[in-house]
Write a protein that binds this ligand. Structure first.
Ligand SMILES: Nc1ncnc2c1ncn2[C@@H]1O[C@H](COP(=O)(O)OP(=O)(O)OP(=O)(O)O)[C@@H](O)[C@H]1O
Ligand SMILES: [Mg+2]
Length: 383
């Protein structure tokens, strides 16, 4: 297996056995509509889990798994979400429906032609959906509630007509709350609407993921959120050392010290393990010195690409607070002393950083950076 920076599934997929077994056996049950909410840090492997689940259901004819990443939206509009999600759902159902063409090709076909292409009775339901999608491009100012209703009832409709269960997997679900319509945010109302529909589903299970703890909390995890108690919540955690070892030793000979070094550097976050592995592959032998050198090179060269822009998007006060945490200050008081600012201000910026997913409040009054590699990059770049 080659090291990769893309989400993995199948042969390249490591660990998560217990979580996957549990999810697959629950989701396999055609009588259950229980779903899952996966949360975890950036780059920890959420997308890979959803894609691996989808792969495991490929040969299950009773279950149709749809994978949809919200981050792939370009305009971030409700219409775009509904159009693209509907097409994804129709495409996932192509084998069940015997549909030869992809939804994207079909919506580009004139309606009169479409009638000819899709004349058998099985296609009736798809035809109506496609007609609706095509008309969206022509109509302006369509009722957004209607649109959401239409889209989120599609899996239920298709599942009923094909006697299957639909597994709707929405990656980075909380980002739906950022959706805009006519320049105003209506995302939160949409999340509530989806939830109301979800209550009535009989053949659709929802699996969602999210990386930023605070937005995930608003959408799912807190008791005030619409989905609380409707989804089984699971945290995706970093790899244990044995899985770091499994990932690294598939591709080259590496000493125990070497594995320890990479495991500590990456904090078990698979993205960094893959990245260091990829860089090490260029070398013939892998000694501890090589590894340390590569880690430095990674921080210098890749770190700038990965972190710089995000860091520069923070406000100057937020940056200062982050740098001071990287310096080793963990309490608001220590940070305030270092930054020569008031504790109340520091608390405010800590809250912003927490909301943006950079800072983790470990316990009352004690803050850490979420990502230890980002923290190390801060240390080496600014301290
Ligand atoms: N189970 C796994 N086995 C091996 N590699 C993995 C595994 N999970 C994730 N990775 C690697 O980690 C990286 C990040 O994975 P993935 O995109 O699934 O994470 P994510 O949590 O969805 O990230 P993001 O926050 O960027 O959306 C990829 O390089 C992937 O190859
Ligand atoms: Mg992802």
């Amino acid at each position: 297996m080659r090291f990769t920076l893309q989400p993995v599934k199948g042969e390249g997929f490591i660990d998560r056995q217990e979580l996957l077994d549990e999810m697959v056996s629950e989701l396999m049950d055609t009588k259950s509509t229980t779903g899952y909410a996966l949360y975890g840090k950036r780059r920890i492997g959420k997308t890979s889990i959803l894609k691996e689940i989808q792969r495991r259901f490929e040969s299950e004819h009773k279950i149709v798994a749809v994978y949809f990443p919200v981050w792939d939206l370009i305009e971030f509009s409700v219409v775009e979400l509904c159009q693209r999600l509907s097409m994804e759902i129709i495409d996932a159902y192509r084998p069940c429906l015997g549909l030869r063409y992809k939804a994207k090709e079909l919506i580009q076909t004139p309606l009169t032609m479409l009638r000819k292409l899709l004349d058998s009775s099985e296609f009736k339901i798809v035809y109506r959906e496609l007609e609706f999608l095509v008309s969206l491009n022509l109509r302006k100012g369509i009722d957004k509630n209607l649109l959401i209703e239409h889209t989120f009832s599609l899996p239920e409709k298709l599942a009923k007509s094909t006697d299957t269960k639909c597994l709707l997997m929405i990656d980075e679900f909380p980002s739906i709350s950022e959706l805009k319509s006519d320049n105003s945010k209506i995302g939160d109302a949409i999340i509530k609407k989806i939830r109301t529909m979800f209550e009535d589903w009989e053949r659709t299970a929802l699996c969602i993921s999210g990386s930023i703890r605070s937005t995930m909390k608003l959408a799912i995890l807190s008791s005030a959120s619409p989905f609380y108690r409707q989804l089984i919540i699971k945290e995706v955690k970093p790899f244990e050392r044995e899985h770091t070892e499994e990932l690294l030793s598939r591709d080259f000979e590496i000493t125990e010290d070497g594995i320890d070094e990479i495991h500590n550097f990456s904090a078990g976050i698979p993205f960094y393990i893959q990245f260091i592995g990829k860089m090490l592959k260029r070398r013939k032998r892998v000694t501890l010195e090589d590894i340390k050198e590569i880690e430095e090179e990674f921080l210098r060269e890749e770190g700038d690409i990965l972190f710089k822009e995000e860091f520069e998007n923070l406000s100057s006060k937020e940056r200062l607070v982050a740098i001071n945490i990287a310096k080793g200050c963990h309490t608001p008081k220590e940070i305030a002393n270092e930054a020569r600012d008031k504790i109340t201000n520091v608390n405010r910026f800590l809250k912003y950083l927490e909301e943006k997913g950079y800072v983790l409040k470990k316990e009352r009054g004690y803050y850490m950076m979420e990502d230890p590699v980002f923290e190390r990059w801060l240390k080496e770049s600014f301290i």
